[in-house]
Design a protein around this ligand. Structure first.
Ligand code: F1P
Length: 348
């Protein structure tokens, strides 16, 4: 019998080895990715997944567009099968990047099959398991086995696939230099975990807090969505993600002494984003900022903004883990949730 929460903690703490493998996997597919870029220089990208991997698609699409200058949009797998006309542009080919830890989630696999049946374009899979319906269907598969997990909620797997997608976007943009700089990430991640685990624990164990708001803009919005999902799944706490300025348009009415407002701050817009956090602190909220410098959690990575975003994840995943434990829950096994969600999609 495993101890309550043992798998989640182990997976969070060991994730940097999976980041390193993600970089190796992308590097080993460099020719295939370069070939895709050259064969389809103008192609737009559709990123898809479900749950955590849908949020990963959000983060990835934004980053892909920022790095390559090509249009990219995220869709939940389910929306691509129910409303493909809202995603596909008439007569315009697209590149689909399907993201799934398991490679077996019904909607994601069906979205890929539907995309292929309509002859829309090539498919790249980003996943943690080989030999799945997803890898069987994809033209190129980036499989990061070191991201596999025993827990239901994604932590190590998510981060490993996010590193892979970041490296993929860098190569799709022809930026090999960024891929080389990413090699520093695993060591930086380890240092960050070591330095800030105690802070994550004290915030996580603060049960006076009853609501969590995660603010992230641009490529960080999808990451804010994901850490918000960790709070829901693992800790059964009211939690929501927002773009920084959006939070001021209504949601800030919820801020008071029991609210945590957590800012995934950029460098490029640090001043504006910090202004929002300062305002929430003045309203009584418990504020935590994460960023490259002058933040409660400082990365001090020296890396370009586009490639260091994975560093936001471990401390916030740990915060969710410690809150779950403090509430007497089992973070390895969230309520009402299975590791893979399967639906009967026969008639779609
Ligand atoms: C995604 C998923 C999520 C869910 C949970 C378990 O599966 O089912 O929807 O929130 O985190 O994983 P996958 O397609 O990435 O395997």
């Amino acid at each position: 019998m495993s101890k309550r929460g043992q798998h989640t903690l182990n997976e969070i703490l060991s994730q940097t080895a999976a980041w390193a493998q993600a970089l190796e996997v992308v590097e080993s597919h460099r020719d295939a990715i370069t070939q895709l870029r050259k064969a389809h220089p103008e192609i737009r990208a559709l990123f898809t997944g479900c749950g955590s991997t849908y949020y990963l698609s959000w983060a990835a699409a934004s980053l892909f567009q920022q790095l390559t200058g090509r249009g990219a949009r995220p869709f939940p797998g389910g929306e691509l099968i129910l409303y493909p006309q809202t995603a596909y542009e008439t007569d315009t080919p697209a590149l689909m990047i399907a993201i799934s830890r398991s490679g077996t989630t019904s909607e994601t696999v069906a979205a890929v099959q539907k995309f292929q049946a309509a002859g829309r374009g090539p498919v790249v899979a980003i996943t943690n398991y080989a030999d799945t319906p997803l890898t069987a269907a994809a033209d190129v598969s980036l499989v990061i086995s070191a991201g596999q997990e025993q827990s239901v909620a994604q932590t190590r797997s998510f981060a490993s696939m996010y590193v892979a997608v970041t490296a993929f976007a860098a190569l799709a943009a022809g930026r090999k230099d960024l891929l080389s700089q990413m090699q520093a990430l695993p060591v930086l991640g380890e240092q960050l975990i070591e330095k800030y685990e105690a802070l994550a624990r004290s915030l996580g164990e603060n049960l006076v807090l009853d609501r969590f708001y995660f603010l992230g803009s641009g490529p960080r919005y999808g990451l804010a969505c994901e850490v918000n999902l960790k709070m829901k799944e693992m800790t059964l706490t009211h939690s929501e993600p927002f773009h920084f300025f959006e939070f001021r348009h209504g949601p800030m009415s919820m801020v008071g002494e029991s609210a945590a407002v957590i800012g995934l701050r950029s460098s490029v817009n640090a001043r504006h984003e910090q202004t929002v956090l300062d305002e929430m602190q003045a309203m009584g909220g418990q504020v935590l900022s994460l960023g490259e410098a002058e933040a409660d959690v400082c990365f001090e990575s020296g890396l370009p903004e586009e490639i260091r975003n994975v560093l936001y994840l471990p401390v916030l995943q740990l915060m969710a883990y410690y809150r779950s434990m403090a509430k007497g829950l089992d973070p390895d096994q969230p309520k009402n949730l299975n590791a893979v969600v399967t639906l009967n999609l026969e008639n779609l």
